[in-house]
Design a binder for this molecule. Structure first.
Ligand code: NCD
Ligand code: ZN
Length: 344
């Protein structure tokens, strides 16, 4: 197959940031994706419906003229979140989902949840109103090895939480392990998972290839090769519980190339060609549309996008190594192999 036309895709997990960074990175997503679920981990975080509405307006104002892109907003769950505000913002169409960051798990997660029992009333209101909970699935216990934090989270946090609030719809964000995939497969109809483009491409060796590679470092950290292979198998399987959430997470180079570099891979400009390349290598291009354009929308109860997008196989893509932004340069993620799929 040398060309392919699919419904326009959605990105079910995206960091757009704010200000000069938002202005620079938004066109990179809007070029390929019709909608994206926008993460709320700004500083300070997006906690209330009013804050989400204001952030959505800033995103729309930053869109290039003529761009057809809909930001789907999320709220950042904290101990102070008001269940009535969540329900009202969802009913008004301002908010699509709520994001749970365990406090300290990742970039800008200091306001995250410390006491899972304290947020139970919010989770119950969400179950009632059908608002999905998007979960950063890693424990923060420093005694747990960083490569085990997702697997431990499933048993220690996610399973008790789902038992306590039956009916709550959950997305296990950026799943990276065999254990996470199995948890979703065994979890019944109310659970799904996003898979990133970069976790389909690299294993943990990429972070240490010939030296320390800050632009391959994200959270959850990439795992061993057999986990990556299992992610590719899940993404290309046609199983509707798995869909693309790029977790494109731009940081200026100065913040990543540092003694304590930030977590996050900036993949927006190449995410779609990269996923197409992975599906091509797996002989699964016929299932690409499901993974990038249909499964996520179905889980969120939205119709697929009306427009289409065409891809063509050609010479290796020549991408710039970095994107200039008003906040400083941002290096693009390097998958380590050529990408042949061009968006027409
Ligand atoms: C994200 C970021 O930079 O906001 N970083 C990352 O490594 N994925 C936060 C997150 O989604 O964990
Ligand atoms: Zn993220």
């Amino acid at each position: 197959m040398d060309s392919l036309t699919i419904r326009r895709p959605d990105d079910w997990h995206l960091h757009l940031r704010d200000g000069a960074m938002l202005t620079a990175v938004l066109p990179e997503s809007a070029r390929h994706f019709a909608r994206a679920l926008v993460m709320p981990n700004l500083v300070p975080p997006v906690v209330t419906g009013a804050e989400a509405a204001a952030y959505a307006a800033r995103i729309r104002a930053a869109l290039p003229p003529g761009a057809a892109f809909t930001p789907l907003m999320t709220l950042y769950l904290t101990g102070a979140t008001d269940p009535a505000d969540v329900a009202a913002a969802h009913a008004a169409g301002i908010v699509t989902a709520v994001k749970l960051y365990p406090a300290g798990a990742t970039t800008n997660s200091a306001s995250g949840v410390r006491d899972f029992d304290a947020v139970r009333p919010v989770l119950e209101a969400m179950a009632q109103a059908g608002v999905p909970l998007c979960v950063h699935g890693e424990v923060t216990d420093p005694a747990v090895d960083i490569f085990d934090r997702e697997a431990v989270f499933l048993a220690r946090v996610l399973e008790p939480l789902r038992r306590a609030v039956p009916g709550l719809r959950v997305v296990l964000e950026h799943v990276t392990t065999v254990e996470g995939l199995a948890y979703v497969r065994d979890g019944g109809p109310g659970i799904a998972a996003t898979i990133t483009a970069h976790h389909l491409a690299i294993n943990r060796n990429a972070i240490f290839a010939g030296g320390i590679r800050p632009h391959a470092y994200c959270l959850p950290v990439a795992k061993r090769e057999h986990h990556r292979a299992a992610l590719v198998a899940a993404a290309t399987s046609g199983d509707p519980r798995f869909f693309l959430g790029t977790d494109s997470a731009p940081h200026v180079d100065a913040a990543k190339e540092a003694a304590c570099g930030c977590a996050g891979c900036f993949t927006a400009p190449l995410a779609l060609p990269l996923v197409a390349e992975v599906f091509d290598r797996a002989g699964a291009l016929d299932r690409l549309e499901g993974f990038v354009s249909r499964h996520g929308a179905a889980f969120y109860g939205l119709p697929p996008n009306p427009g289409t997008l065409s891809l063509r196989r050609g010479d290796p893509l020549r991408l710039p190594g970095r994107l200039a932004t008003g906040a400083g340069p941002v290096t693009l993620f390097d998958p380590g192999f050529p990408l042949h799929w061009h968006v027409v």
